[in-house]
Write a new protein. Structure first.
Length: 231
């Protein structure tokens, strides 16, 4: 799973590079750094959309981390929606709409996972690669029903997959991390999202998942680069 992650200067550079030359921001993204990003906070999402003349536009946006489908009556959902399991994704009412045409990337410096020892002790670990990660995500626009004057709120989720490689010893789930070519396939606005596409992304992500490095860190209190230092 992925319940905490980090945004650093390299991630902000990745966002700028993504939209440079080929697009513009959906809404202004104010770069910031955080080593303790939590669900329901604002996160960056990278999108590809089609203009009226059929041109592909790359865009960045700020989204609430916990997807709220447009038919929901309230921001607070019955079940957590900051993660979405890749298995059977297309069968779930909450996810199948966004999967078809509202797919995104969530850039991150790395993420945290807690390993539970036999005595029940939970130790956070920092998990990363040498370069920023790109999580497969979904997004959805939401506003209160019956209030046509309210602003639309952009919301997003991060897909997860079964863990593979060394990181599997920490937890049985991991975020779906996409290599470059898979990122293009996932974002392509001319492709209708299906379970077959999700399954292909899971297969493509295995090479990166097996390369993840990790080390234990201190309890996540506050926010700063010291959170990712080895304990």
């Amino acid at each position: 799973m992925c319940g905490r992650f980090a945004i650093d200067d390299q991630v902000n550079d990745r966002i700028s590079e993504f939209v440079r030359d080929t697009g513009r921001d959906f809404r202004e993204w104010d770069p910031f750094t955080s080593w303790n990003v939590k669900p329901t906070q604002q996160i960056p999402v990278l999108l590809e959309t089609l203009s009226e003349d059929g041109e592909v536009q790359r865009r960045s946006a700020a989204a609430r981390w916990s997807l709220v489908p447009p038919w929901a009556s309230d921001l607070k959902q019955r079940f957590p929606t900051f993660n979405a399991r890749s298995e059977g994704l297309a069968e779930k009412r909450t996810w199948r709409g966004p999967l078809k045409s509202s797919r995104a990337l969530v850039p991150a410096a790395g993420y945290y996972e807690w390993h539970t020892a036999e005595d029940g002790t939970k130790t956070p670990h920092w998990i990363h690669l040498e370069q920023p990660l790109s999580f497969a995500g979904l997004y959805s626009w939401w506003r209160p029903k019956g209030d046509d004057t309210a602003d639309w709120l952009l919301t997003a989720t991060i897909l997860t997959r079964p863990s593979t490689g060394p990181v599997a010893e920490l937890h049985d789930r991991a975020p779906l991390i996409l290599p470059d070519q898979a990122q293009a396939d996932w974002l392509d606005p001319c492709t209708e999202g299906t379970q077959a596409l999700v399954d292909a992304m899971v297969d493509a992500s295995t090479s990166l998942t097996d390369q993840l490095a990790f080390h234990p860190v201190r309890p996540l209190r506050g926010d700063g680069p010291e959170l990712i230092e080895p304990a």
